[in-house]
Design a protein around this ligand. Structure first.
Ligand code: SR1
Length: 341
């Protein structure tokens, strides 16, 4: 009850910060009500939901009037939403994922209108647009090194990948490097899908792939929605004790799936997506304040193994935050006047 009361008090404090502005903050944050838009390409899935929640908490603490534009994997709609945000007179736009070629000119239009733009996980190739990313090369390397540690440098693998998404493309670069350095690692099959029900669609593809390739012992699925799909397929085929899954990302429901008895999902490398959402909003706020920002704003991932999670009895993201401070906090895009989330 005490905890609930203190959460309610801090939320109402954040809400009053929104109305009144932040004492000592540079304009316009000293007044409050600064309009910022978050325009997304994807909204479904644990990562994207937690990202949005983190962005909202940080926005509230900064007195930002955050306008959310949900993603429906529709490039034309995302462009249109950026136009709407420009017309709303927002001070900054955070563009979250998307297809670079359909966004570059409309992002430039926002810049030309004096609006700051920050991109998360979409490379807009513009020196005026800071890029937020999880260190995707490190993320893939952390979990693939763990795969080699547990399976040796030679195994037959399945791989879940969809080209054209910046984080997946960067993780793919590392996968290719790892395969080149370890010729015994052979990618036998590649699957991949991005939609509102990625886990279910991946499960269908993975079932066909695993039936056709019984020699596979490792599945690299560097997006948790895909990993969940591969796990579903292994369960249905009765192969959970034959194939190990290595992934990216983590959520509270992923933690349950990773640590449950007999789970084939043995390791993931991840940031806290709520922290990534908060960093994106902080970066936009710093840009609006006129203070300087690095072009590349990077949040470092942590390796989470099934064995370590079970041993530490970690079941939730809150517990991970508490036990692994580097996971629960990022110093990227901070300023003295920005309240921590
Ligand atoms: C389709 S792209 C999926 C990835 O975006 C975010 O970077 C998450 O880490 C997720 O793996």
């Amino acid at each position: 009850m005490k905890i609930l009361l203190s959460i309610m008090l801090s939320l109402s404090f954040a809400a009053s910060a929104a109305a009144a502005g932040i004492a000592g903050a540079p304009p316009p944050f000293d007044k409050g009500g600064v309009k910022i838009a978050l325009v997304r390409y994807l909204s479904a899935g644990d990562f994207f939901e937690a990202y949005e929640a983190g962005a909202q908490v940080q926005a509230r603490a900064l007195g930002i009037d955050l306008r959310l534009f949900p993603g429906r994997q529709n490039a034309a709609e995302q462009r249109d939403q950026i136009e709407q945000a420009i017309n709303l007179g927002v001070k900054a736009i955070v563009i979250d994922h998307g297809l670079p070629e359909s966004l570059k000119d409309v992002a430039q239009k926002a810049l030309d209108a004096g609006i700051k733009v920050v991109a998360f996980d979409v490379d807009l190739n513009n020196p005026k647009i800071p890029q937020v990313e999880q260190n995707d090369h490190a993320l893939a390397r952390l979990v693939l090194d763990q795969a080699i540690k547990e399976n040796g440098p030679a195994f037959k693998a399945g791989y879940a990948y969809v080209a054209g998404f910046a984080p997946l493309d960067r993780r793919d670069e590392t996968w290719r490097e790892i395969k080149a350095a370890n010729p015994g690692i052979v990618e036998r099959v590649r699957i991949g899908v991005v939609n509102d029900t990625t886990a279910i669609s991946t499960a269908d593809q993975a079932k066909a792939a695993l039936r056709a390739h019984p020699e596979i012992t490792v599945f690299f699925a560097p997006w948790d929605e895909a990993a969940r799909g591969v796990k579903l397929a292994l369960g249905e085929l009765g192969l959970s004790d034959k194939v190990k899954i290595y992934s990216g990302d983590v959520s509270t429901s992923d933690l349950a799936e990773i640590t449950e008895p007999g789970s084939p999902w043995v390791a993931t490398a991840a940031t806290n997506p709520g922290v990534v959402g908060a960093v994106s909003i902080r970066a936009a706020a710093i840009a609006v304040s006129g203070q300087s920002l690095p072009h590349d704003i990077v949040i470092e991932p942590s390796l989470l193994t099934q064995a370590a999670l079970r041993q530490a009895k970690i079941h939730t993201i809150a517990e991970l935050n508490a036990k692994l401070p580097a996971f629960g906090h990022s110093t990227a895009a901070t300023a003295t006047w920005i309240p921590a989330q």
